[in-house]
Design a protein. Structure first.
Length: 139
């Protein structure tokens, strides 16, 4: 298989399924560590439900006055993606590999370091969901 064929494989049905299964596995592991239910979407992104703070309630009510926050059990769905984290980790590895920093390091070790970085990113985003929300939805 040529480099181009491998690169294009990611956009195939098989490649998308592999990506989804991989991210699901990482979300499940991260969710177990932080005792949170992380929900997956078909496109490989994920979301969690959180209890909104007063700041978030105000923000959402400004945009949609029909939202009802009268019940204490009302939750807000926050969406996340890990694609940027994956790309950043791969760029770091490629740069270090080109500089010869990974000579003699088994490929599985590099793979595990990428997985660990992604899991930590998932945990951080989920544990600080509201901060993540406001970073991506400025007032």
């Amino acid at each position: 298989m040529t480099f181009e064929e491998r690169f294009n494989w990611v956009d195939t049905t098989e490649g998308q399924k592999f990506y989804y299964d991989w991210i699901k596995k990482l979300c499940d592991r991260a969710g177990e560590k932080i005792n949170t239910n992380i929900h997956m979407m078909d496109n490989g992104e994920y979301f969690v439900y959180i209890k909104p703070s007063e700041k978030m309630k105000e923000y959402l009510l400004k945009r949609n006055p029909t939202v009802d926050f009268s019940s204490d059990s009302t939750r807000v769905k926050i969406y996340f993606t890990v694609k940027n984290t994956i790309i950043a980790q791969l760029k770091i590895i490629v740069r270090r590999y080109e500089k010869g920093l990974y000579n003699g390091i088994p490929l599985i070790t590099l793979y595990e370091s990428v997985e660990e970085a992604i899991e930590k990113d998932i945990e951080k985003k989920v544990l600080h969901a509201e901060e993540y929300f406001f970073e991506h939805h400025p007032e």
